[in-house]
Design a protein around this ligand. Structure first.
Ligand SMILES: *[C@@H]1O[C@H](CO)[C@@H](O)[C@H](O)[C@H]1NC(C)=O
Ligand SMILES: *[C@@H]1O[C@H](CO)[C@@H](O)[C@H](O)[C@H]1NC(C)=O
Length: 185
């Protein structure tokens, strides 16, 4: 009986020691993972955590990124994604023989061209120059254009764009959430 009590209490002491050592080890800042931690914190405040962290972790901004650099990485990612979609649309226009499809795709190209040429590059410039309010405006303007392209395919016409518009919309939502954090900061 006495023996079991001793074993139990020594076990309890070990647990106590273990627990009390945890705050000490985690209070030491780790250089290696501070970037991951920052990306994690930023992405948790966006509507698509997985998308956000997969982009930011595969394109690590700089050794010591801040919110502004992260916002720029996101906007540039949308720009390359949207540029790719525009190229895809233009290639489809050349291939299609369906009149209605041709018109819908032409409408989409018209929507994407200003986004790729002006709106997103302006958003990136605005972020670099600390004009975060304007950056937010540009980014929400981009999503309006993408939405209007998407609407062309809501009827009988099956979208040949797959989920490309949807991806750009999600990327824009993530960028907007990051820009909102910049506006608060
Ligand atoms: C970063 O390092 C600290 C201290 O070692 C640790 O407590 C924390 O869990 C680590 N975070 C990540 C995301 O690995
Ligand atoms: C666009 O974004 C999606 C989702 O992150 C990704 O799978 C795709 O490869 C991207 N395309 C380009 C050209 O960046």
């Amino acid at each position: 009986m006495r023996k079991t009590t001793t074993i139990i209490s020594s076990f309890a002491i070990h647990i106590l020691l273990l627990i009390s050592s945890i705050p000490f080890s985690s209070s030491q800042p780790n250089e290696k993972n501070s970037t991951t931690d920052l990306i994690d914190q930023i992405c948790k405040k966006t509507p698509f955590y997985d998308l956000c962290s997969s982009i930011l972790n595969s394109t690590p901004p700089t050794p010591k990124p801040d919110l502004k650099t992260v916002a720029l990485v996101m906007v540039n990612n949308i720009l390359s994604n949207a540029t790719d979609t525009l190229n895809f649309i233009e290639a489809l226009i050349k291939k299609t023989s369906d009149r209605e499809m041709e018109q819908a795709l032409a409408f989409c190209a018209e929507s994407y061209i200003p986004v790729v040429k002006y709106t997103l590059p302006q958003a990136a410039d605005a972020i670099s120059q600390n004009r975060f309010g304007f950056a937010g405006y540009c980014v929400s303007d981009a999503v309006k254009e993408v939405n209007s392209c998407n609407k062309k395919f809501s009827g009988v016409l099956l979208s040949p764009l797959g989920d490309r518009n949807g991806i750009v919309q999600k990327l824009v939502d993530v960028a907007s959430a990051i820009i909102k954090q910049l506006l608060k900061g």
